[in-house]
Design a protein around this ligand. Structure first.
Ligand SMILES: *[C@@H]1O[C@H](CO)[C@@H](O)[C@H](O)[C@H]1NC(C)=O
Ligand SMILES: *[C@@H]1O[C@H](CO)[C@@H](O)[C@H](O)[C@H]1NC(C)=O
Ligand SMILES: *[C@@H]1O[C@H](CO)[C@@H](O)[C@H](O)[C@H]1NC(C)=O
Length: 977
């Protein structure tokens, strides 16, 4: 039995032994791998005709240094002014405090950085989750991301973000750890897919944008996560598997897939102004996400112009200097492993700046980015008394402020009710996100059914209470959220059983339910009664499928799902009822697709609903739908395939490279979910975007207005040189712990305990000969990337130019008012192994009265029409013929029109058939670590260290020529205090 340790387990399990990663053998992990460049690595410098599946075992991506310094692009300018003014007055240790957490359970939140008492600046509170305030009481439990996406309603999505942000604000949280667009959902088994929105990058991008805007409008910082390629739970962190210590898995992703799929929604989050981004546990192309200079420096900070700060996932940091140079800005929870009392940063970052292994400008940039996020959302005017007014570690009113150290007992929970009227919004959103998959006229129910019956454990209470399983780590009773850190406590949970019963009784009807899982005889008997002539009514069967975060295992599912079937013998349950009851209505609460082949076309199954993960108002929301108080308008945000194999992707459940890092090759490229089904001519049961209504709609009158294509100009010019703010004294005695300081045990501090840096480090490897990439220290002006921007975050701003506006008329041809989600897809043209048949590029949810016609309108931007060109390292509208479609799902595309993108000598259309090196594009726009110089570094160190300077981000140690400051100064501080 293996145990893979995940972060954020308050109580669920214990950390795996850190012995292996603490062992200074050579320059890497004991099980370290050589960086074997794959010849087809599709990153700058590579040249392949096009990347279909550039993901190969052991591939690496090139280094990218220096770490881009924030400059206050776009609407960040004012926040930068304030941040710079603030940071300029800080001492070195005060700056380090901003960057480093105090350690697991050190303070009241799931993460807290150090405070600056001299300026009465409190530590910041980082708190889960993407669906509500975790670890507290009198908060709301919102619908999960996947149900949110199923609404396809930007206004509802924004409002949920705003309401969640308000609750975090009112609890005194500074950073809400959400929303999620990583995992994106490469494979449906991925345990945390439900925390995110949709496996379609466009839908995920639209949803994350509205969510970030809503959250931050409430005055807290969003932390969009997990960056990037975080697509499964198995092996996500270094840990033991069957007695073998394994590094975290590597997501091997080619450049084009990275841009067109996994990076896409992060670009939208950045455009929306996300204050922070969390780097993930996994490796990407064999370099850990929190020290991967390519993903953090090149993609995130340079190409996308991210102005906020990068925060590590909990214990996802594996190096000190290397992670700093690679672009990490804040380490959480701050200690090396939970409550190790040691840290990569803290005192070691103080030492690293003093001995020059981390340049001052890099530390200053970390601090300015953190404080800019703080000012960008106007935190100073959104403070609440006693913040944070709760403790993540207990709901007891009194207890230790410093939980792990059991120190300073005081009032730590104020039990502030932050729910406002959010219940109404939660009920409305969950109903709006419910998808009607099948309806033979059974729905809506009239309320006059003689006998209404409900079946399945998923309809009822969790006998242990709605919060009876820590972090929802069980599947008892009705399922309203998955498990793990992405959860919140329920203030109450309305079950389907109680809500339907109340509805039936309001009409004086009869109601019975069987919710005991194994009571098949009783179910059969009850279903048989409904089926009797002269009785009649409805049999509503509830079934679910759960998943969550890898630190909790539920029914042998270690976070990721082991299969795509319904839990608790769901198929048998449905069949038992349907065989006797000719009006069997199936409701599924699932984290993603499940296999419905055994019952979807059963003649007695008259209706099927997917109710997702609805949150606290579950029963009310489904009752609103069942009885037609709300006309269903949700659309499935993923494909329902016939078999597990029909998805064409899967997870890695067993290590595949011995004791080296498991290799998760993204060899489906862009062809996941509907893109893959379309390419393989695989007919799904319910296609992406599908969903029925109690009315019907017709589509007509497609119009395409062209706004013309202006020439696309790659960004040129240089950044300013790296600024520094304030001066750093070289007198190490300035950084000694103050006289009489009241130290919290096991806490991570920025102070030195000796004027000798070596002694203060306490690291036996201090001073080993290790060369960091020279580029990491280059503070000179750097060229902008052509795909980047010197104007605003989000990449080259011309990508967002509107090139076409498409309109279509949608008529409600039925007899009741209803919502239709009109969807716009584009065929980008070209070979079928290059572009997907169609990709989603627009949608709108519109309420239409019976008989009325409403005009759907959507803008198509340059980005929407482009492919990522690996040769020019930019987005290109190639000259493949393009077609726009408008319809009601990815396979019901009623209207179409060609899109003429060939117009007027515009430089963003290629004239050659493939994106062969169009000479008008600058290719020399990589930050100052061009491949050539990087490979010099690489060559130099390949001999001495398997880690190669070309991937110094894989160096686990904070080593340097001068210092190897791995251990906290405190770890050696047996003297003193
Ligand atoms: C460190 O590695 C050495 C050499 O492989 C080994 O002998 C030793 O047991 C390891 N120590 C720990 C704590 O893992
Ligand atoms: C990947 O790297 C590991 C560790 O160096 C090596 O054992 C393995 O053979 C490599 N696999 C491939 C397919 O190159
Ligand atoms: C750093 O933060 C800790 C914890 O909040 C605090 O005790 C300490 O005084 C801070 N150090 C400085 C230099 O402000």
């Amino acid at each position: 039995m293996h145990l893979l340790w995940g972060a954020l387990a308050a109580s669920a399990s214990l950390p795996f032994s850190q012995a292996a990663v603490k062992n200074h053998t050579g320059n890497g992990f004991p099980n370290g791998r050589a960086a074997v460049p794959f010849p087809n690595v599709v990153y700058p410098g590579a040249s392949v005709p096009y990347a279909v599946a550039g993901a190969k075992t052991n591939q690496t991506s090139p280094p990218s240094y220096p770490s881009p310094w924030g400059t206050g692009l776009g609407d960040w300018a004012e926040a930068y002014e304030k941040a710079i003014a603030f940071v300029s007055q800080l001492t070195l240790t005060e700056k380090v405090n901003l960057t480093t957490g105090v350690g697991w359970e050190g303070d009241k939140c799931v993460g807290n950085n150090g405070a600056i008492p001299r300026l009465a600046f409190n530590s910041m509170c980082m708190e889960d989750s993407p669906l509500g305030v975790r670890d507290t009481d009198f908060n709301s439990a919102f619908s999960a991301g996947v149900t949110t996406a199923a609404t396809w309603d930007r206004q509802l999505i924004y409002q949920r973000g705003f309401d969640m942000g308000s609750e975090h604000r009112d609890k005194g949280v500074d950073v809400q750890l959400g929303p999620v667009v990583g995992p994106l959902g490469r494979a449906p088994e991925g345990g945390r897919n439900w925390e995110g929105f949709s496996d379609d990058p466009y839908l995920a991008g639209q949803a994350v944008m509205a969510t970030v805007q809503g959250m931050q409008d409430a005055g807290i910082m969003a932390c969009t996560k997990h960056f990037i390629g975080n697509e499964q739970e198995h092996f996500r962190e270094p840990g033991e598997f069957d007695g073998v210590e394994l590094p975290g898995y590597s997501s091997n992703v080619d450049d084009r897939t990275m841009h067109e799929m996994y990076l896409w929604p992060f670009a939208d989050a950045i455009r929306a102004g996300t204050a922070s981004i969390m780097c993930s546990y996994n490796q990407i192309n064999n370099s850990y996400a929190c020290q991967n200079s390519y993903t953090l420096n090149h993609l995130l900070k340079n190409e996308l112009g991210f102005q906020g700060f990068v925060m590590s996932d909990w214990s996802a940091q594996h190096s000190g200097v290397s992670s700093a140079l690679a672009g990490l800005d804040m380490t959480m929870p701050g200690d090396e492993s939970f409550d190790s009392g040691t840290a990569y940063w803290g005192a070691n970052l103080t030492i690293a700046v003093l001995n020059g292994t981390v340049p001052q400008w890099r530390l200053d940039d970390m601090c300015v980015r953190i404080m800019a996020g703080y000012y960008y959302v106007d935190r100073p005017n959104n403070m609440v008394p006693d913040a944070p007014n709760f403790s993540a570690w207990t709901t007891d009113t009194y207890g230790p402020y410093h939980w792990y150290a059991n120190k300073d007992v005081t009032q730590i929970n104020y039990h502030v009710d932050v729910q406002g009227n959010h219940a109404q919004g939660i009920r409305a959103l969950a109903a709006a996100g419910t998808v009607l998959l099948k309806n033979n006229g059974a729905l809506p129910l009239t309320g006059n059914e003689r006998l209404t019956t409900v079946f399945g454990e998923d309809a009822g209470e969790n006998g242990w209470g709605p919060n009876g399983c820590g972090d929802r780590g069980c599947d008892n009773g009705t399922l309203a959220m998955g498990w793990g850190s992405g959860t919140a406590n329920f203030p109450y949970l309305i079950t389907p059983q109680e809500a339907i019963k109340a509805e039936v009784r309001a009409n004086n009807g009869n109601f019975e339910s069987v919710t005991s899982s194994a009571a098949f005889n009783q179910m059969q008997a009850l279903a048989n009664r409904v089926g009797q002539p002269g009785v009649g009514g409805a049999c509503i069967v509830f079934a679910n499928s759960d998943s969550g975060e890898g630190y909790i295992t539920v029914d042998h599912n270690e976070g990721d799902r082991n299969n795509l079937t319904l839990w608790n013998a769901g198929n048998h349950l449905i069949k038992t009822v349907a065989d006797y009851c000719n009006n069997t209505i199936v409701v599924m609460h699932t984290v993603g697709p499940v296999l419905v082949d055994s019952f979807y076309d059963h003649p007695n199954v008259t209706a099927i609903l997917w109710a997702g993960l609805p949150g606290q108002e579950s029963g009310n929301s489904i009752t609103d739908i069942l009885y037609g108080k709300v006309n269903p308008g949700g659309k499935t945000p993923f494909t329902w395939g016939k078999t597990r194999a029909s998805y064409g992707t899967d997870l890695l459940y067993m290590p595949n490279e011995g004791d080296a890092a498991p290799q998760l090759d993204f060899d489906a490229g862009i062809f996941t979910d509907y893109r893959g089904f379309d390419r393989r001519n695989e007919t799904p049961i319910y296609e992406f975007g599908f969903g029925l209504s109690y009315t019907t709609f017709s589509y007509s009158n497609l119009q395409v207005q062209s706004h013309g294509i202006t020439p696309y100009v790659p960004t040129t010019g240089n950044t300013p040189a790296a600024p520094t703010y304030g001066t750093v004294s070289n007198d190490t005695s300035d950084y000694l712990v103050p006289e009489g300081f009241d130290r919290v045990p096991v806490y991570i501090y920025p102070f030195l305990n000796s004027t000798s840096l070596n002694a203060s480090s306490g690291d036996p490897m201090y001073g080993i000969d290790y060369t960091f990439p020279a580029g990491g220290y280059d503070s000179s002006a750097q060229p902008y990337l052509g795909a980047g921007s010197n104007v605003a975050p989000g990449g080259n701003q011309q990508l967002y130019d509107v090139i076409f506006t498409v309109t279509a008329d949608i008529t409600n041809t039925g007899s009741v008012v209803g919502d239709e989600v009109a969807q716009l897809y584009i065929s980008l043209g070209g070979p079928s192994d290059y572009n997907a048949k169609v990709v989603l590029r627009g949608f709108d949810r519109i309420t239409i009265s019976p008989g009325a016609t409403v005009t759907f309108s959507a803008d198509i931007t340059r980005r929407d029409l482009s492919n990522w060109d690996i040769d020019t390292q930019n987005w290109v509208i190639n000259d493949y013929p393009k077609t726009v479609y408008v319809g009601t799902s990815s396979r019901k595309l009623y209207l179409s029109s060609p899109l003429d993108t060939s117009s007027s000598g515009s430089s963003n259309t290629t004239s050659s058939s493939m994106m062969s090196s169009a000479s008008s594009y600058s290719t020399s726009t990589v930050w100052s670590a061009p491949v050539s110089s990087a490979s010099t570094e690489s060559a130099a160190s390949t001999e001495s260290a398997p880690w190669t300077a070309s991937t110094p981000e894989t160096t686990p140690w904070a080593a340097s020529t001068e210092s190897a400051p791995t251990w906290s100064a405190w770890s050696a501080a047996s003297s003193g205090w």
